[in-house]
Design a protein around this ligand. Structure first.
Ligand code: UD1
Length: 418
């Protein structure tokens, strides 16, 4: 099994390109199932998770080609199967997002209940509730969601009492081909949800309220081809900016949308970073200073993203002072804490929050990656540790970060895969 070995105490300096957003690319790839024509997609990150989705689309019967300019061409107009098997779905929770598109286009879907990152129970009840509101019959059968509708889905009012990115996306995709209008109240407003909505509109869907918590989808009979580019990955960008802050460095992330990182940039300036943005770059400069401790509390967009919580814990372990980090989206999302403690971090876990007491530095150790973002946070912790850190089970990182070693090495880190 691959491991990462990181030589500690680096000061990150330089610039890197940020890839397309994983959390946009996955639903957008699955939404191609809705189209009756060929789709061209650009800025799709090359990741384990995108490969898994492509494999799933391939198994359903889609034709996929990679062009010379690295765009993807997907023709999912002649799907032969509506079944998403456990073997694929278990490795990636987002596979459940194939449910809405299959049901809307083909009237039935047989999709395994998902696995994915072990961060809490992560149910799919809201996804199923939404499909039922649009007229689907749903039964659970030996670990599979068996969904069908006679004729087309029918538009309806769906009120989500928990803000869910995935449920919003699944219901919105299903509603595009339903008969009549669907109103989704309590919709997630994450940039990735809006990116998917914009992609659906580019295919001919009629959606209003994009970016708000009320989405109105007027069903159409069919969707057509388009050429679409995925937005930049705000979580990848945030990870490198936090890494720059904790190593007291100066890093520019390019090909980003600074507007998607408002709260994160505010918090980073509060810890003492000088931040400068252009329309598509962010430069963070710590001017050699140690970051100050700053409490955060995660929440649905536009609040602090849960996907950067673990990285913020890493930053806080070497900040001056103490702070409280509250996780409000997922239970059991503090597995990184136990590993960071093995590196000498002073962290106290209490329910859904941790109190972190900053230390001058950490010490290298053998640690284990437990989920995608937790793994990234261990890389960050290793960068400020004295001595070598070995991170085991890094397949989690490969699910969400492209060219991680290359990017960190180009910023001056000593990191290799063994
Ligand atoms: C997506 C992101 C993930 C991010 C999360 C929150 C993708 C591929 N993944 O995950 O990186 O951490 O948003 O920003 O885009 N819930 C229910 N019932 C449901 C669905 C969700 O109770 O049917 C709960 C979850 O347990 C969780 C909360 O809603 O407590 C938010 O989860 P959700 O927004 O659905 O996360 P994902 O879409 O899985």
């Amino acid at each position: 099994m691959n491991k990462l070995v990181i030589g500690g105490a680096a000061v990150l300096e330089g610039s890197i390109n940020i890839s397309g957003a994983k959390n946009s690319a996955l639903p957008i790839l699955l939404a191609t199932v809705l189209s009756s024509e060929k789709i061209t997609l650009r800025n799709v990150p090359i990741l384990k998770d995108t490969t898994t989705v492509l494999e799933l689309l391939n198994k359903l019967g889609a034709d996929i080609t990679i062009s010379e300019d690295s765009s993807l061409e997907i023709d999912a107009s002649k799907i032969k199967s509506v079944r998403a098997d456990y073997d694929l779905v278990k490795t990636m929770r987002a596979s459940i997002l194939v449910l809405g598109p299959l049901l809307a286009k083909y009237g039935s879907a047989y999709v395994s209940l998902p696995g994915g990152c072990a961060i809490g129970s992560r149910p799919v009840d809201l996804h199923l509730f939404g499909m039922e509101k649009l007229g689907a019959d749903i039964t659970l059968n030996e670990g599979y969601v068996d969904a069908s509708v006679s004729g087309r889905l029918t538009g309806g009012n769906v009120n989500l009492d928990v803000v869910s990115v995935g449920a919003t996306e699944n219901i919105m995709m299903a509603a595009t081909l339903a008969e009549g209008t669907t109103v989704i109240d309590g919709a997630a407003t994450e940039p990735e949800v809006s990116d998917l909505a914009n992609f659906l509109v580019a295919m001919g869907a009629k959606i209003s309220g994009i970016g708000s918590s009320r989405l109105v989808v007027e069903g159409v009979k069919s969707l057509h081809g388009c050429d679409y580019s995925v937005i930049p990955d705000r979580i990848e960008a945030g990870t490198y900016l936090i890494a720059a802050a904790m190593t007291r460095g100066k890093v520019t992330v390019k090909n980003v949308n600074p507007g998607h990182l408002d709260i994160v940039l505010d918090m980073l300036s509060d810890v003492g970073a000088a931040i400068n943005c252009t329309s598509d770059t962010i430069t963070l400069d710590m001017q050699g200073r140690r970051p100050l401790a700053k409490s955060i509390s995660t929440g649905p967009y536009p609040y602090f993203p849960t996907d950067l919580q673990a990285q913020w814990v890493a930053l806080s372990t070497v900040s001056s002072g103490s702070c409280l980090i509250e996780e409000n989206i997922f239970e059991n999302r503090f597995m990184h804490v136990h590993e960071m403690k093995r590196m000498g971090a002073d962290i106290r876990l209490q329910g859904n929050s941790v109190e972190v007491f900053g230390r001058e530095s950490l010490s290298g150790a053998k640690v284990m990656a437990t989920d995608l973002r937790a793994s990234a946070s261990l890389v960050l912790a290793a960068l400020v540790a004295n001595g070598e850190t070995t991170i085991d089970r890094i397949y989690h990182i490969d699910r969400g970060y492209t060219y991680l070693e290359e990017k960190f090495m180009s910023l001056g880190a000593v990191i290799k895969r063994i």
